[in-house]
Design a protein around this ligand. Structure first.
Ligand code: UDP
Length: 252
């Protein structure tokens, strides 16, 4: 596909946040192009809960509007796009994107995994390395999104020299952390928040079965397994659609 076509790919807007109408193939091709560019890129994987947060959090909404790629991670976004007369043809999750990218990356694109519980990113790294022995993971670190940890984390990442950084601090903290610190991460070309992906890959959390995912019921799977998420699920399944019904493409 010629370069110009990437820029031309369609966007939809929900509650003032732009979402890219991309397929997984387009996503992977774009990320590869970003990796070879001079400038740095932030990638975000919005779901319903994140867009509900963006509707009330101006700073997060600004970060979403400045990022290079906003992948339609949640099934709810596809439905809400349709209800507002727009079209998101595919769901592209952060967890799938991470795994598909790592399946083919060679050692010329070193990767760093930041976040998740102690040892989880390390286990996810081992699993991905077992699937692709050419994958070069130059560092993993649990760290924390707290400001007092930031200088230490930036120094660790700069010492490891990765071009790709995946951050698992949960949304929107991981997105705010990347937006704030990316320019200090001298070697990083692409940084992406990936929520619970390390937990899924390391086997700490079980991902919803394909049947649940294909009919848009991953949220139901998660609430049954982790009842403490009920408030977040309410925001995703009730509050977000109500806001879209009221405000559509516009920010509230
Ligand atoms: N996490 C972290 N530090 C924090 C908060 C969360 O490392 O202060 C990690 C958590 O261990 C998990 C990931 O962030 O691996 C995503 O958390 P959550 O499931 O809440 O995020 P979601 O995928 O729902 O955005």
């Amino acid at each position: 596909m010629p370069d110009g076509n990437f820029e031309a790919s369609a966007k939809v807007t929900l509650l003032g946040a732009p979402i890219d109408a991309v397929s997984m193939d387009e996503t992977v091709a774009r990320i590869h192009r970003f990796l070879d560019e001079q400038r740095q890129h932030q990638i975000i994987t919005p779901n319903s809960e994140m867009l509900r947060e963006a509707a009330k959090n101006r700073e997060f909404r600004d970060v979403l509007s400045r990022s290079s790629l906003n992948l339609p991670d949640g099934a709810g976004l596809l439905l809400m796009a349709r209800l507002t007369g727009q079209r998101l043809p595919y769901r592209v999750t952060g967890t799938d994107t991470l795994q598909i990218l790592c399946r083919d990356l060679g050692p010329e694109y070193p990767v760093f995994f930041l976040g998740a519980g102690p040892g989880v990113a390390e286990r996810a790294a081992q699993e991905l390395k077992a699937r692709n022995p050419r994958l070069k993971i130059v560092g993993t670190y649990a760290g924390s999104p707290s400001e007092s940890d930031a200088a230490d984390i930036v120094a660790r990442i700069n010492a490891a020299n990765p071009v790709l950084l995946f951050v698992a601090f949960g949304a929107p903290r991981q997105e705010m952390w990347i937006a704030q610190h990316l320019s200090s991460l001298t070697s990083v070309k692409v940084a992406m928040g990936i929520g619970g992906a390390f937990d899924f890959i390391a086997g700490v959390q079980k991902r919803a079965p394909a049947l649940f995912r294909s009919v848009g019921l991953e949220w139901l799977w998660r609430v049954v397994r982790e009842p403490k998420r009920i408030g977040r699920i309410w925001n995703a399944v009730v509050v977000f659609p109500s806001l879209v019904a009221r405000y559509g493409r516009e920010a509230p």
